[in-house]
Design a protein around this ligand. Structure first.
Ligand code: GSH
Length: 257
């Protein structure tokens, strides 16, 4: 059995599938794909993932993409490799449905909105530092039309209306999650699951530093306590300490992870 994990810095999607690998104690070869050098659009990487995005799991030559799919795949293939806290996907149908409900909510209503703010601040800086001709050439290598548009918009800047709408979506999600964490210790019930991993990787780990104006620590105390519990997990600590080649000047938007 050989696992290879192609990923960038431990944040967002790259962190989201790295966490289950570490929580489950699975040995894997880590392959860093440098987004700042556009390696995700290079021929060697597009030959592995034609969509030109990280992360990618290679399991004995089978390629699995999209983090929610990767994470459920790991549960299907390695059901017995679990952290001491219990299975990352509840064994009962109701528990699994609750976990999937939150995954769907985070994938559809959180991920893209936090990502827009991240791209506005981080990718925008990178894209504006590239001259017009080189940028057009880079765009031509991006396989997904929506990603091509996102890169172009990051360079010109997302509109204030789009950014404000994204912030509204994030506030809605924080409020909803604060309420849930008032009822259960974790999103899908009383144990830590892939839903917690999803929200932590995309939002929970850095929302306070990304959006100081939301006053997260004072407004969402249950979420903050949950975040500290998640951060204290050895697998999470190990993942957050893993390789990160983001230039220090570009890290300010997400803070010191
Ligand atoms: N739905 C995909 C999204 C993957 C994604 O957006 N990856 C980002 C990194 S967080 C990426 O590769 N961005 C670089 C690019 O698109 O050029 C997943 O869940 O894996």
């Amino acid at each position: 059995m050989a696992l290879k994990y192609y990923h960038a810095e431990p944040l967002a999607n790259s962190l989201k599938s790295m966490l289950p690998l570490k929580e489950k104690g699975l040995a894997y070869e880590s392959i860093y794909v440098d987004l700042h050098k556009f390696e995700q659009h290079s021929d060697w990487f597009v030959a592995i993932n034609p969509e030109g995005q990280v992360p990618v799991l290679d399991h004995d030559g089978t390629i699995i993409t999209h983090t929610t799919v990767i994470n459920e795949y790991l549960e299907d293939v390695f059901p017995d490799a679990q952290p001491a806290s219990g299975p990352l996907r509840p064994k009962d149908a109701v528990g699994a449905a609750k976990m999937r409900y939150w995954n769907k909510f985070i994938d559809e209503h959180v991920m893209n909105y936090v990502s827009m703010h991240g791209w506005h601040r981080l990718v925008g800086v990178i894209a504006r530092n590239i001259d017009d001709g080189t940028f057009e050439e880079l765009l031509s290598h991006i396989p997904l039309p929506d990603q091509r548009k996102k890169w172009a918009t990051a360079r010109s800047g997302f509109s204030e209306a789009d950014l404000a709408n994204a912030t509204d979506k994030i506030v809605y999600a924080l409020t909803k999650i604060e309420k849930q964490l008032g009822e259960t210790a974790y999103l899908a019930g009383d144990s830590y699951t892939l839903a917690d991993i999803n929200f932590f990787a995309h939002c929970g780990a850095m929302v306070d530093r990304m959006f100081p104006e939301l006053n997260v620590d004072a407004t969402y105390p249950k979420l903050v306590a949950w975040r500290e519990t998640v951060k204290a997990r050895p697998a999470v600590k190990e993942a957050l300490a893993s390789e990160d080649r983001t230039a220090p000047g570009l890290r300010t938007w997400s803070g010191d992870r």
